[in-house]
Unconditional design. Structure first.
Lengths: 158, 101
């Protein structure tokens, strides 16, 4: 194989390739609206638990779960954080959806825990306050979780 | 296994950047590539034409919400050429660093 370049040019070309790969990795994300959808749903369920009939809370929980199942398969891969590109699957960890779902299960447990503590303390509307607190945690913690996955990809790829 | 093959068409700096960017995506929009490479529309179009004529990229033009969108993707031939080129670059470095016998 005849290659008309020297070592330094090869190094320069490979570092240029790596820089472009990093630009794509920087786009790994879950669309921001997803976290607002979750936070909004969380607060709505909390309000229903406090102020609505039991059947409405159950129906809304099932509906919310179904809606989430419908959209999560598309958005939780982290490959469509920007509408401008689709990132190759091998650049994004397959664990991202599991990490997000795990995070949501922990948030669910935290919601129940806070609501029980508030209720035991005699607070009014314990479910609402618990859901508002956890909705804020989701808005902050969700993007932070995806950010840590992105930083991990930046360190390990290439 | 990838065969190392230096590709004269890919190697020039701008085209190498374009192909490297596309190699990490399933597809990317024209505007994404243009903005990341800080190129003008005409300069990027020219490079795309060269790569498309070589069969290295596929360009899809669609209209969505009255906006024209141009999606670009590396073809199988383009990906193979890119992988071969990367292997050739790595081989150059390995050869330079290996002790002379």
């Amino acid at each position: 194989m005849s290659v008309p370049i020297g070592e330094s040019e090869a190094h320069f070309a490979l570092s240029s390739i790596e820089r472009r790969r990093q630009q794509v990795i920087a786009e790994i994300n879950v669309p921001p609206w997803y976290w607002f959808f979750l936070a909004g749903g969380w607060v709505l369920l909390g309000l229903l638990a406090d102020f609505g009939p039991a059947w409405a809370t159950i129906a809304a929980t099932v509906l919310f779960g179904a809606l989430h199942a419908g959209i999560s398969s598309r958005v939780l891969s982290g490959r469509r954080g920007s509408p401008q590109l689709s990132i190759r699957g091998d650049l994004v960890t397959r664990r991202l959806p599991a990490l997000v779902i795990g995070f949501l299960l922990v948030m669910t447990a935290v919601t129940v825990g806070i609501a029980l503590v508030l209720n035991a303390d005699g607070a009014r509307h314990a479910a609402t306050w618990a859901s508002v607190a956890v909705a804020l945690l989701v808005l902050v913690g969700g993007p932070a979780l995806v950010g840590s996955v992105r930083r991990h990809a930046e360190r390990t790829q290439g | 296994m990838t065969t190392a093959r230096f590709d004269e068409l890919i190697h020039p700096s701008t085209r190498l950047s374009i192909v490297a960017l596309l190699a990490s995506t399933d597809w990317a929009e024209f505007s994404f590539v243009r903005d990341r490479l800080e190129l003008s529309d005409s300069a990027l179009s020219k490079q795309f034409t060269t790569l498309e004529e070589a069969g290295y990229i596929a360009i899809e033009r669609t209209v969505s919400n009255r906006r024209r969108r141009v999606r670009v993707a590396l073809t199988a031939a383009g990906r193979e050429a890119f992988d071969g080129h990367v292997a050739a670059l790595q081989a150059v470095i390995q050869k330079a660093q290996s002790p002379v016998s």
